[in-house]
Design a binder for this molecule. Structure first.
Ligand SMILES: Nc1ncnc2c1ncn2[C@@H]1O[C@H](COP(=O)(O)OP(=O)(O)OP(=O)(O)O)[C@@H](O)[C@H]1O
Length: 255
């Protein structure tokens, strides 16, 4: 088994008004790309928050490998600070980490260049398109060179062409980072999950437990034409089958 970076072991979460989630067992390997899929309300965001240490577990534990550094988080909405320009937004996490202002701005400019925003350094978020704002959010999450990058439906609000470009950007950023961050990516889009990830984990709709763990063939970054490959289509079908099984209402099986 590849070296792990973070693991949830036997984690349960008590939530008001519904059955507890879990027990969740999930191991994230160093440098891997893992996609999390599941029905709405299955617990995908909760699992990300658990991995980030932002959600308290009722039982079980989060283990992080020794020496694991920062965690980056990108949400569905880019959550940029509205009164600061793109450069200041991306420099902020570095400045908060104690990096000098001039160094932080140099590194932020390089991170924005890596996502194709060199010509928008001084633009406030209001002057960025949705895709550009998400690129800036990705640059901000990656500028601190995190070991773990958590992405919660980051491209859901974007058109399909922009989504594909952002997946390519994410692959390129991941592939050129040294060391590569582990990426956990939540999506409702099964094709996006299979194209992006090295494995797809399906959460049970009722308990949030991982109930299927499907490796994807080949290795990212992948050429766009891989979406027409029979191996891609078969993997998408396998994930859809697993999702359907994970959504089966309990009553159907009880009789
Ligand atoms: N703070 C909270 N208090 C009570 N219940 C919560 C809280 N946060 C989430 N939940 C519930 O926990 C369950 C899992 O929520 P979560 O947001 O993790 O699901 P999800 O799979 O990410 O859903 P979606 O795909 O709709 O974003 C849901 O039933 C949700 O209503």
């Amino acid at each position: 088994m590849a070296e792990f970076i973070a693991a949830l072991r036997g984690v349960t979460v008590d939530l008001a008004g519904r059955a507890p989630l879990g027990p969740i067992d999930l191991t994230v390997a160093r440098g891997e790309i893992l996609a999390l899929v599941g029905a709405s309300g299955a617990g995908k965001s909760t699992t990300l928050r658990l991995l980030a240490g932002l959600q308290t577990a009722s039982a079980g534990e989060l283990t992080r490998a020794a020496g694991v550094g920062r965690t980056g988080f990108v949400f569905q909405s880019p959550t940029l600070t509205p009164w600061a320009d793109a450069l200041s937004n991306v420099a902020l996490p570095l400045e908060l980490a104690g990096v000098s202002r001039s160094q932080a701005r140099d590194r932020a400019a390089a991170a924005l260049a890596a996502v194709g925003l060199s010509d928008r350094l001084n633009a406030p978020p209001s002057q960025l398109s949705g895709g550009m704002a998400m690129r800036a959010a990705l640059a901000r999450a990656l500028v601190t060179a995190p070991d773990l990058l958590l992405l919660d439906e980051p491209f859901a609000a974007l058109d399909s062409v922009t989504r594909r470009r952002l997946i390519e950007d994410l692959h390129a950023l991941w592939a050129t980072a040294a060391p590569r961050p582990a990426v956990v990516f939540v999506t409702h889009d099964v094709e996006e999950a299979v194209y992006l990830a090295q494995r797809v984990v399906v959460l049970d709709a009722a308990s949030g437990r991982p109930v299927a763990d499907l490796p994807t063939p080949g290795a990212p970054p992948r050429p766009d034409r891989w979406r027409a490959d029979p191996a891609f289509r078969q993997t998408v079908e396998a994930v859809v089958d697993a999702l359907e099984a994970a959504m089966a209402p309990q009553a159907d099986t009880a009789a």
